[in-house]
Design a binder for this molecule. Structure first.
Ligand SMILES: [Zn+2]
Length: 158
């Protein structure tokens, strides 16, 4: 593994790090992305998933209520494998309501989780312009290649 750490060196200790107030502060100051050292740690051992969002009344994929044989459950839109390992995202963001959908456990749940390409598209729709530089070259290339932002959201908030 050849991962350059030079670029992730902090400029100072604590005070310089600008905190986003857009999201609720948990353990990552509302950040959407991990810093280099955090990411390396999670590559060794993935973080625990912890969804706090309450479930919707009906499936957000097909619009029908749950049943005893196919109950509704909350699922990640960008999953932890893609989100944390491939894209360097914080577990806080992945577990936040922006990334949770209520879906039937069978069928609909599978449809709701995005693959890498779909996840990149979603990040663009959320206003992300660039990925952390510590990510692998292949990811950076895929990100560059996946440039087709949703026109309505291209200038969206972030
Ligand atoms: Zn459904």
């Amino acid at each position: 593994m050849r991962i350059s750490l030079i670029i992730v060196r902090r400029l100072g200790t604590h005070g310089n790090h600008k905190m986003s107030r857009v999201q609720r502060t948990v353990g990552f100051g509302g950040r959407m992305f991990l810093d280099g050292p955090e990411w390396l740690t999670y590559c060794k051992r993935k973080p625990v998933r912890y969804i706090r969002t309450s479930k919707a009344a009906v499936c957000q994929v097909c619009g029908l209520p749950g049943s005893s044989e196919n109950p509704l459950q909350n699922a990640h839109i960008i999953g932890f494998d893609v989100g944390v390992i491939d894209l360097g995202m914080t577990p806080d963001f992945l577990d936040s309501e922006k990334n949770i959908v209520t879906a039937h456990r069978r069928t609909c749940n599978k449809q709701s989780e995005l693959d890498l390409k779909g996840s990149m598209g979603r990040l663009r729709n959320l206003g992300v312009k660039e990925l952390p530089r510590y990510l692998q070259a292949a990811i950076q290339e895929a990100w560059g290649a996946a440039v087709e932002p949703c026109p309505a959201r291209e200038r969206g908030a972030m």
